[in-house]
Write a protein that binds this ligand. Structure first.
Ligand code: PLP
Length: 417
């Protein structure tokens, strides 16, 4: 139950007991960049990208890892992935824009979306994105209307495998009745149509079971239903591997996850096919921590420790009950009292951590919450007029701002009324 085991690998305590992330002291990061701030250990990101790429190539040489940008869609993170040789999965026009700015080769971008707009399809075709994952027949209508004569867009068809993994219902995607993709019979019909289309090239199938999955079995089980639809050059097996948020979480290693996937692929898929995996959460979650400043401590039947952020910078708790841990940055290992860490937003549901032991929390303390690298930046919002928080890359004792904090002018910029 050592909270240090949840901070990005390489985190430590300085001589005076203050938390350091990638060699940078938490108090100095807070002093330079303010709070709240999302601090990313850049070497950890790079190591994870290399681990994924190496482990997949070792098991299935005709393969590629594409980072699911939605987990942390800023150019600095996407650029790290591109520099490490990964492709990018994008879900919509905004992520195409940042992926291109990050220097991604368009032919290595995979476009997703269950409700793609004309504009998104037009951007995909204009920029020559490598693969468009067709979710529905309307995607095919749009592509046929957009791809110029004489060209053909490579596509995959997203299939619902009918697998219900053990995770929160809000992040489940591969179960029967999912809003994403097509059930096998409908997928078969659409595949036949695509195969007849002069503007589309049927390259393969896509499947994604859900997110924060802590068992390899549902991933393996998702492959046979896809294989039953026929042999194709490419199979994109999605993302979904869980991250370790709490002491009890025991996510499979990347190697164990890929053993399960490639094991099932060897059993069911053509040996010469290309495999794609699309990790998001498991690539970035553990690489980051959020620094908050305690604003008030209210003692009563419960002790509320209220910080200067909350559901404006971390919606994972409110959205699907994700449990986080935390530490006071200069008293990480001191014994504590049980408190509830709450945010500053006008919702009783704005609870960051319900029931955690913190040592004599006081106004002005720096609270560090680990494992905030996935989907926190993604879903940041301006609730109660808060400004979205900055992202700081830390590495080898140096820190640099990669996304600045919003300004009051930013808040007013769109308000043209
Ligand atoms: C199509 C697709 N691929 C990949 C991912 C990434 O999933 P995760 O972040 O759980 O790895 C998602 C996330 O929902 C997704 O919808």
């Amino acid at each position: 139950m050592d909270v240090m085991s949840l901070f990005p690998p390489g985190s430590a305590l300085d001589a005076d007991g203050t938390l350091t992330v990638a060699g940078c002291r938490a108090d100095e990061l807070a002093g330079e960049f303010g709070t709240p701030a999302l601090v990313v250990a850049e070497p950890v990101l790079r190591d994870r990208a290399r681990e994924y790429a190496g482990e997949l190539a070792a098991r299935w040489p005709r393969s590629r890892v594409v980072f699911a940008s939605k987990a942390f869609p800023c150019t600095a993170v996407q650029r790290v992935m591109v520099e490490e040789g990964l492709g990018l999965d994008v879900a919509g026009a905004g992520e195409i824009v940042t992926a291109l700015k990050a220097g991604a080769d368009p032919s290595r971008i995979v476009l997703h979306g269950n409700a793609k707009s004309d504009e998104e399809i037009a951007m995909a075709v204009e920029h020559g994105l490598g693969l468009v994952v067709v979710d529905n027949a309307d995607d095919v209508d749009r592509l046929e209307a957009t791809v110029p004569a004489g060209r053909a867009q490579d596509v995959l068809v997203r299939v619902i495998p009918g697998v219900t993994a053990e995770t929160h219902a809000h992040v489940l995607t591969g179960q029967e009745g999912s809003k994403f993709g097509l059930a096998p019979a409908a997928a078969t019909e659409l595949i036949r149509r695509i195969e007849r289309s002069p503007r589309l090239r049927m390259q393969g199938l896509h499947v994604h079971v859900g997110s924060q999955i802590l068992d390899v079995e549902p991933f393996a089980r998702s492959i046979a239903p896809v294989a039953a639809l026929g042999e194709f050059p490419v199979y994109d097996l999605g993302g979904g591997l869980g991250a370790r948020y709490t002491y009890a979480d025991e996510p499979p290693s990347v190697g164990a996850y890929l053993d399960a996937l490639t094991g099932a692929a060897r059993e069911h898929l053509p040996a010469g096919a290309e495999l794609i995996v699309e990790p998001g959460r498991s690539m970035v979650a553990s690489a980051a921590a959020t620094l908050y400043r305690v604003q008030t401590v209210k003692r009563g039947a419960r002790t509320f420790v209220a910080v200067d952020g909350g559901m404006g910078d971390n919606l994972e708790v409110a959205l699907f009950g994700q449990r986080f841990e935390a530490a006071i940055a200069d008293r990480v290992h001191e014994p504590g009292e049980t408190v509830t860490v709450v945010g500053r937003h006008c919702e009783s549901g704005d609870v960051l951590i319900d029931g955690i032991s913190l040592p004599d929390p006081r106004v002005g303390d720096l609270l560090a919450v680990p494992v905030t690298g996935a989907y926190c930046f993604t879903m940041a919002n301006n609730y109660n007029g808060t400004r979205r928080i900055p992202v700081v890359f830390a590495g080898e004792g140096r820190a640099r701002l990669v996304v600045r904090r919003e300004s009051w002018d930013d808040l007013l910029a769109r308000d043209v009324g």
